[in-house]
Ligand binder design. Sequence first.
Ligand code: PLP
Length: 344
Amino acid sequence: MSAYHVADAANLIKLDAMENPYNWPEEIQQDWLESLKSCPINRYPDPEAKELAASLRRANAIPDTASLLLGNGSDEIIQILMMALTSGSTVLAPEPGFVMYKQVALSLGLAYRGVSLLADNFELDMPAMRLAIAQTQPALIFLAYPNNPTGNLFDAEAIKEILAIAPGLVVVDEAYAPFADASFIEQLEHYPNLLVMRTVSKLGLAGLRLGFLAGAAAVLDQLHKVRLPYNINSLTQLTVGFALDHGDFLWQQTRTLREERGKVLQALQTMPEILAYPSAANFILFRTLNTPANEVFASLKSQGVLIKNLSPQAGLLVNCLRVTIGKPEENQAFLKALTHALKC
Ligand SMILES: *Cc1c(COP(=O)(O)O)cnc(C)c1O
């Protein structure tokens, strides 16, 4: 295995990691700093993060019947889920998908099965999914909705079929929920094997490391046995709760980013050397048709713009690059640098 590599973005326009580019309004920042004074950092944090959990429930319309588990980012929840499996269990996920599913499964010695998406539209290949589920009897299936790095929402009926035929748990990973108009949260009542995972990272709080999982108490009670007692630190509990309770500005930023997403997609789609895929997330996947993506990526970087090069992952991602939506001026700088890169 190799460790998950995070690129150094010093002095670059950073459009590689799906971060929200905006800061907090000055007066909200002042109120937040004031509220930190009362944070008892000499004590261990609330192991159940009760106040934060209540804010998360309100902000995400979690049904009262669902239980919650909080994680140090949803990355930690992925790890908790897999640590709770018995050895020999299989984890299944469509590919290309979020790389941590495979990374964590392999690091814990679990079996991992990737199932290729359809090449033309990155939809679930249902005959292949049915076959792989029947063959491997996965204890855990991950479906990112919208999917990273492709940006699309899988067909909801296909996901429901997977929920119905899965012998184990199905995690619908809604990391990009702030940028999509679709969710499986309302389906929690209908499928006892459904778990919905979200994070505040893409909304704009990536530095705080907070994700959550909603689902049946019968399942989450088991996961709590694996979770370390103080996994959500006091500063994160207080700050995420504060941000969600004063969260109008975050949603405003999200709306701006969605508008920018439309503009960037339109600009990419006018470039004949580029095939850009529609996205329900805060990034856009695109393919270079004439110039190798490695060269375009390097040219962008030398012009001061860092995006994500997915071409080394090969398979369906050959010559694919992923750009995170930033501020309007950052997106313009990216488009200008891309135009220049394609001319060389
Ligand atoms: C970014 C991302 C995550 C991880 O989010 P954190 O909460 O920051 O750990 C999980 N799933 C998907 C699909 C993502 O893109």
